[in-house]
Design a protein around this ligand. Structure first.
Ligand SMILES: *[C@@H]1O[C@H](CO)[C@@H](O)[C@H](O)[C@H]1NC(C)=O
Ligand SMILES: *[C@@H]1O[C@H](CO)[C@@H](O)[C@H](O)[C@H]1NC(C)=O
Ligand SMILES: *[C@@H]1O[C@H](CO)[C@@H](O)[C@H](O)[C@H]1NC(C)=O
Ligand SMILES: *[C@@H]1O[C@H](CO)[C@@H](O)[C@H](O)[C@H]1NC(C)=O
Ligand SMILES: *[C@@H]1O[C@H](CO)[C@@H](O)[C@H](O)[C@H]1NC(C)=O
Ligand SMILES: *[C@@H]1O[C@H](CO)[C@@H](O)[C@H](O)[C@H]1NC(C)=O
Length: 395
């Protein structure tokens, strides 16, 4: 009896202790920007109050939530930095407005060195792009200075970005760089079709990235996967207007890392200039784009539905036109349906010195919108296989 009760007592005490410890760890605290002096009048600069709220939440030993209630907040360039002591939540219910264009600016909102991050709410990030687009000089110069992206994730791990709206970025809407395990879902990304370089999501030097259930319509790529993109899964994305879902551009700079393991599934492209595109520069930089799968894609009125372009040269500004040293290998297009607004529905322009290998076209059914059937053209494709495709094969 004595033995039994003491065992019970010990178990009880251990339980109680564990409960207290886990509660301490799990304790969440809200850091409302209004308590830090934020003013939701759309004019007052709130950079200091947002940063103080972030810093306190970051120091909190538990889950820290930075809350941005409804209202419109003017916010300058800001660096939300880790390492934080616990999980971080950035909960935006309001509209956050970027400053108007200013020549020196190169970033707006940055999340840097953060592990365990959630960015959510039902809020809006408004990049005020219309003030910057006239200053975009990338059609005159290849070395144009990039304008600030709206949200930049650098060295972020285990993050979830959910239910956020981003409108009218100055240049890219989201950049995910040097990051691991980032999921982005239920995003709404919009900019006018003639706003230059307003890519929806750009991924580079990152792995295990998931993009799903989002609607993206901009003046450039809906999603672009740059050098060093590895294990990226894109599902249930509606893209258009814009330049489609792209791998690249690759091979422009020395030291670029390979692109490996891209899976694009169940997406719709509507009225875009390109559908599924792989773009590489005709340059001496050598790298690999390997194991890309595109499956169950619906195209509606897309100019270049399936497009490999190894002589990528935006605005025809390139000097030397050598041959691309980017090896494209193991690329599968499976169940690609819908309409092409140009005659050439499948256009594979591979590199003369590094011909494409292991291209599979399986069940491609793309009708030309105009008169007559659509066509396919291919150059420098070494191994290609077909099944049930309705577009004529490349010979
Ligand atoms: C990335 O962030 C982590 C914290 O999440 C930090 O410990 C590490 O030093 C950072 N790495 C680089 C290369 O900046
Ligand atoms: C997502 O955002 C929309 C507004 O953009 C809002 O109506 C909806 O309640 C949000 N959903 C969640 C789960 O927060
Ligand atoms: C990836 O991040 C999510 C949080 O967004 C986390 O729940 C999950 O455990 C992480 N996966 C790995 C393999 O660390
Ligand atoms: C992107 O991330 C890589 C790897 O972490 C880093 O070397 C590079 O400087 C980053 N690029 C930019 C523009 O921040
Ligand atoms: C794509 O379009 C099809 C047919 O119009 C629709 O059933 C499907 O839900 C759409 N996909 C997404 C991700 O919205
Ligand atoms: C290609 O990537 C898929 C995941 O998208 C993976 O399951 C498969 O094993 C990879 N194949 C090769 C040959 O690396």
């Amino acid at each position: 009896m004595g033995l039994m009760s003491s065992t019970f007592l010990r178990a009880f005490i251990v339980r109680l202790f564990l409960t207290i410890v886990s509660n301490v760890n799990a304790q969440t605290k809200v850091f409302n920007v209004m308590s830090y002096g934020a003013v939701a009048d759309g004019k007052t600069d709130n950079t200091k109050s947002f940063l103080s709220a972030w810093n306190d939440a970051c120091e909190w030993r538990g889950e820290g939530t930075v809350l941005v209630p409804s209202g419109t907040y003017q916010l300058g360039a800001i660096n939300f930095k880790g390492v934080c002591n616990g999980k971080m939540v950035f909960n935006v219910d309001g509209t956050i407005k970027a400053p108007p264009y200013s020549p020196g600016d190169d970033r707006w909102i940055v999340f840097n060195h953060v592990n365990d991050l959630i960015v959510t709410g039902n809020g809006v990030f408004d990049g005020q792009g219309a003030t910057a687009w006239p200053h975009n000089s990338c059609d005159q110069s290849l070395n144009c200075k990039p304008l600030p992206p709206s949200l930049y994730f650098q060295n972020v791990t285990n993050a979830l970005v959910k239910n956020i709206t981003s409108i009218n970025s100055k240049q890219f809407h989201f950049i995910i760089n040097g990051s691991t395990n980032v999921s982005m879902s239920s995003l709404n990304i919009r900019a006018p079709s003639d706003s230059r370089n307003t890519d929806g999501i750009h991924v580079g030097n990152s792995n295990n990235i998931h993009i799903s259930q989002s609607t993206i319509g901009t003046g450039d790529d809906c999603i672009s996967l740059g050098p060093g993109s590895k294990s990226v899964v894109i599902t249930d994305v509606n893209c258009g207007p814009g330049h489609g879902i792209s791998v690249g551009s690759l091979g422009r700079y020395a030291g670029e890392e390979d692109v490996i393991g891209i899976y694009v599934k169940n997406c719709n492209l509507t009225g875009t200039t390109n559908g599924l595109r792989i773009k590489t520069w005709a340059s001496p930089q050598s790298l690999l784009a390997y194991n890309l799968t595109y499956k169950n894609i619906h195209m509606d009125n897309v100019q270049n539905p399936i497009f490999i372009d190894q002589k990528y040269c935006p605005n025809s500004l390139c000097q030397s036109q050598g041959s691309s040293q980017v090896q494209i290998e193991l690329v599968k297009f499976i169940n690609i349906m819908g309409t092409s607004s140009s005659l050439v529905a499948v256009d594979l322009k591979c590199s003369k010195s590094k011909p494409c290998k292991g291209i599979e076209l399986n069940n491609i059914h793309l009708d030309y919108n105009g008169e007559g059937p659509s066509t396919a053209t291919c150059s420098n494709v070494n191994q290609i296989s077909y099944q049930n495709e309705v577009v004529p094969s490349c010979t």
